[in-house]
Design a protein. Structure first.
Length: 219
């Protein structure tokens, strides 16, 4: 992309990344799981780290595509999901197994909800609650993905990745609080690094880059 960022801005990004890693490792160490589960957690963290790198590369490619063909984030959202659908054929048996498990969950009466109850009238319809949870999850993921693609069209890829890292940390903290896991000094340190790095990035991103200064001198 031929962009140069201030050193302090690069340092801020490193702080955010290190903070997320420290907080994630702290949450793994404090769950007091067996050695096998700990190894699986480390494998999961490695896969997530690889995913972060690939997502950063995808963000750069999206930014370049938007600069060439226009910032149509709706098209990017559509093709990112549609082109990935054929890959689910390799998980067909697992998807069927999980669908059966969802269908066997405890059914709940949806007439109790105000809007749905008014639409159904006297009809009594029961739906397994895990299917409802899946629907809520899909809607929340749709809102999140739409926001990410919308932000890609109005900001740089680096800014987007900083925001996504902060979002990952917030999700981690929420999960720790929900499952009542202890919040240790390591996790607090990771959180402080993330928020300090985010503040520094938002502050130093307003400064002109070296290329901008040199261009002004030539003018």
């Amino acid at each position: 992309m031929r962009k140069r960022y201030p050193r302090m801005q690069a340092l801020a990004v490193v702080m955010v990344t290190v903070g997320v890693v420290v907080a994630t490792l702290a949450s793994v160490n404090d769950t007091r799981t067996s050695e096998g589960m700990a190894n699986e957690s480390l494998i999961g963290i490695a896969l997530l780290s690889m995913g972060v790198v690939l997502a950063a590369m995808l963000g750069l490619y999206q930014e370049q595509t938007y600069n060439l063909y226009g910032k149509h984030w709706q098209e990017g959202l559509f093709y990112n999901h549609v082109l990935a659908l054929p890959m689910f054929i390799f998980f067909y048996s697992d998807i069927c197994k999980q669908a059966r498990a969802l269908s066997q969950s405890q059914p709940i009466l949806i007439n109790d909800t105000p809007i749905v109850g008014a639409l159904l009238g006297t009809s009594r319809i029961y739906i397994p609650y895990l299917w409802i949870s899946l629907l809520v999850n899909v809607l929340s993921q749709w809102a999140c993905a739409s926001g990410v693609h919308r932000m890609t069209s109005i900001s740089t890829s680096l800014t987007l990745n900083v925001v996504l890292n902060v979002r990952k940390l917030v999700s981690l903290v929420i999960s720790v609080l929900l499952f009542k896991n202890p919040i240790t000094a390591s996790m607090m340190g990771g959180c402080l690094l993330v928020f300090a790095g985010t503040f520094a990035y938002s502050k130093f991103r307003q400064l002109p880059t070296t290329d901008t200064i040199e261009q002004k001198k030539r003018d």
